[in-house]
Design a binder for this molecule. Structure first.
Ligand code: ADP
Ligand code: MG
Length: 449
């Protein structure tokens, strides 16, 4: 299985990235159809997170079923955790018989059977999108076509796509279904042109009953690929095949794709997913914790739901982390103390890599990012072009250094702590919905790594 993962990666990923991200990774174990993979750092983890196609495809080829995966970063684990994980004797990869996989056949659906409507928790932030997805799965090609789902990271877009695919395959096992990330669609196309296998590519993509194309904001802006996608889209649409697309933004903001394509995205239904409210987060934690051997009292789940409030993927990550620490400490009934310890160490590790970070450095980088001078950033001026970066810088200081509000006020030209509080609140609110703000914060943060 692992050999196959690497083979697929070698074929699909540029060699530099392959050597840096893929090759050093280790397979720790495979349990319950989940591959536990150890990578070098949390940065590598971000890269691996996008490789679910790789793992599920290899799983499909070798085990005949999709395999999901959990990632562990060396720099996020303490030494004892690391040695415990690495010594784990669960390593069972016996099915590792090198099997020749026929090129291009059979159709790989790319679906992960784990993502279903049954385990998708409904809440105010996803209600309409879930309803639309269910309708599409019930009558593919007949209701909303295409269905375009947009929303921030980790809110369940990919989950819903797989759920549609799995549902349609359950109803009709011979349906031709394919889930593919936009990056892999592009890779497939590039490989096909390189190897003179365009016919093969078109046979695969243009004969589908259901195309699930994830994260179209990552679609390449190369002319050839875009034209191919445009033609694929038209062919499928005209024969009544269902198309589902996702993105982190509305179609009109997809600058990588041309107008004629983007306008087609709006022919069907465009629908959004927003962050889960507290009840939804609790329900998600309840479902996920039921699968655990440990006992999670509801006050502990409520504590976790209170700590992580914007992203379901992070919510799951937090629960996994708590479970991990509880196991390491041989705790079976997970109390709030254990949970807070686990989440604290998660935070402190994040700050460890930022141990040289100072308020000054955050101010410098933020000023540089927005092309301002330091004296503007911390001075008295208040036009929007300055006030906003100032709020961003205050937010970052609070977030990354945990500095007290009055101390932040001092560092920003002697401002009042209520001003800092207001700035922090403004930016945290924007972080939940405003992609531009998320991107700015991300870019500035990356300077500190
Ligand atoms: P996105 O594609 O929007 O970035 P994903 O679909 O990958 O997000 O979701 C991230 C994780 O959160 C997945 O493990 C998914 O199963 C889980 N998840 C998201 N929303 C829900 C929900 N409403 N109920 C249950 N699990 C959810
Ligand atoms: Mg996704």
């Amino acid at each position: 299985f692992w050999t196959r993962v690497k083979e697929l990666a070698q074929k699909n990923i540029k060699s530099g990235a392959y050597e840096y991200f893929i090759d050093p990774a280790q397979l720790l174990s495979i349990e319950n159809d989940t591959a536990n993979i150890l990578v070098e750092s949390s940065f590598h983890k971000d890269y691996w997170r996008k490789q679910s196609d790789l793992i599920s495809t290899a799983g499909f080829e070798v085990f005949g079923k999709p395999i999901s995966f959990s990632l562990y970063a060396k720099d996020e684990l303490t030494a004892p955790e690391l040695s415990k994980l690495s010594n784990d004797q669960n390593f069972k990869d016996e099915t590792e018989i090198s099997r020749e996989v026929p090129e291009g056949l059979p159709l790989l659906t790319g679906l992960n059977g784990k993502y279903r409507f049954e385990n998708f928790v409904q809440g105010p932030g996803n209600r309409w999108t879930l309803a639309a997805a269910v309708a599409v799965a019930d009558k593919p090609g007949d209701t909303y076509n295409p269905l375009f789902i947009y929303g921030g990271a980790g809110l369940g877009k990919t989950h819903l796509m797989h759920a549609i695919g799995n549902e349609i395959l359950t109803d009709n096992p011979t349906a031709k279904v394919k889930y593919v990330s936009s990056e892999n669609f592009v890779n497939d196309y590039v490989n096909a042109t390189r190897k003179n296998q365009m016919e093969n590519f078109e046979n695969t993509y243009r004969n589908l009953d259901l195309l699930l194309l994830d994260d179209v904001q990552f679609f390449s802006d190369k002319e050839g690929t875009k034209t191919e996608f445009f033609n694929t889209f038209n062919t499928l649409y005209e024969k009544g095949a269902q198309i589902v697309l996702t993105s982190d933004r509305i179609p009109q903001e997809l600058n990588n794709l041309e107008e004629r394509l983007v306008s087609r995205f709006s022919w069907g239904l465009t629908t959004d997913i927003t962050a889960p409210d507290y009840e939804t987060r609790m329900a998600i934690l309840l479902i996920k914790s039921e699968a655990s051997a440990l006992n999670f009292p509801s006050e502990t789940l409520s504590y976790i739901a209170g700590q992580i409030d914007s992203n379901v993927r992070e919510l799951e990550g937090a629960l996994n982390r708590v479970e991990f620490v509880a196991n390491a400490n041989h705790v079976t009934r997970v109390d709030i103390e254990t949970a807070s310890q686990a989440l604290r160490s998660l935070k402190s590790q994040a700050t460890q890599s930022l141990s040289n970070l100072t308020i000054k450095r955050i101010q410098d980088e933020t000023a540089r990012y927005y092309h301002l001078s330091i004296s503007d950033l911390i001075g008295p001026k208040r036009p929007k072009e300055i006030a906003f970066p100032r709020q961003i810088a205050m937010y970052l200081v609070r977030e990354l250094l945990g500095t007290s509000l009055p101390a932040i006020g001092n560092a920003f030209g002697g401002r009042d702590h209520t001003t800092v509080m207001y700035a922090y609140k403004q930016i945290s609110d924007k972080m939940k919905t405003d992609i531009e703000v998320q991107k700015d914060i991300d870019s500035i943060k990356r300077k500190f790594l």
